[in-house]
Design a protein around this ligand. Sequence first.
Ligand SMILES: *[C@@H]1O[C@H](CO)[C@@H](O)[C@H](O)[C@H]1NC(C)=O
Length: 332
Amino acid sequence: MVSSSSFFQFLLVALTCVGLGSAYVGPGVVSGSTGTHDPTICKDKDGTYFLFATAVGISITTSTDRTAFTYQGLVWPNGASWTDEYTLTSNGNLWAPECYYDGSQFWLYYAASSFGSQNSAIFLATSSTGAPGSWTNKGLVTSTSTGDSYNAIDPNLYIDGSTWYLSLGSWWTGIKMIKLNSSTGLSSGSSVTSLAQRTAASGAIEASSIYKYGSYYYLFTSWDVCCSGTSSTYNIRVGRSTSISGTYYDKSGVSLLSGGGTLVLESHDAIYGPGGQDILEDGDGPILVYHYYTSAGSFLGINRLDFSTGWPVRKRRKYPSGLSDHYLQVVA
Ligand SMILES: *[C@@H]1O[C@H](CO)[C@@H](O)[C@H](O)[C@H]1NC(C)=O
């Protein structure tokens, strides 16, 4: 006869094997308005999650539980004419926003460009509520033009103590970082630091995101090709450094300035080209927010991250004690 405690032991082992047996954690259980591209996520003082993403006018989606998402509208419902000289069209797509909520106000960085062009700019907007149409245009943060060594897209804010940094960039000579004025949120000088660069794959690296855990800064990037439906080859890479300005190294000790980058997430099963990521420090720890493609479009993925080994891995299902927490909600 099998005692109940050994039965539960068996159940635990069996379920753990199911959890660990699959090669990858899935993109998390999310519902509602989950179509997205290059998402960034912030939480306001009431605990509401705001997800901003690439769109004409920049889309706003909210959630009260990080699971069910509801589309709200646009940051710029009446257009953003100041971006037209970079999108080269009237009211064009605005790319890869980055949000920060300071306790009373949202700060939103976003890029205006066109595919394959260095005629690009990063702008700043602010809002106290985050609601559609509530935003103030704070103007240009930084820009590039043809012939520059990098491309002013994909902004990511990191506040280190009282110093504001913006990492940015893609392709060409890779990921850069500039300092911002912490009272205006705009650029505070002309110095540009290089954080990561590839020569492989035509230098395809973008979508930087910096997160600090323990004594290390972790620099996440997306490699390869972003936006090709189920042919998208985006994959999320990471390196770490004890200084925000580098040098960042991957797990094998290769500098991120020399093509290093440890794999965090790549295409698997029917999930194609995960990337365009952001990291939110939430009540249950760091969470990775990204998009991925299926044959039906691009969708929101959310996974909790575990940095306990010194290198981030996506948390797996935890049975049975985790059934009531976000393990199940975000890694199923
Ligand atoms: C930041 O901007 C404010 C407002 O323009 C200015 O008064 C201040 O001197 C700037 N700070 C730095 C460090 O540049």
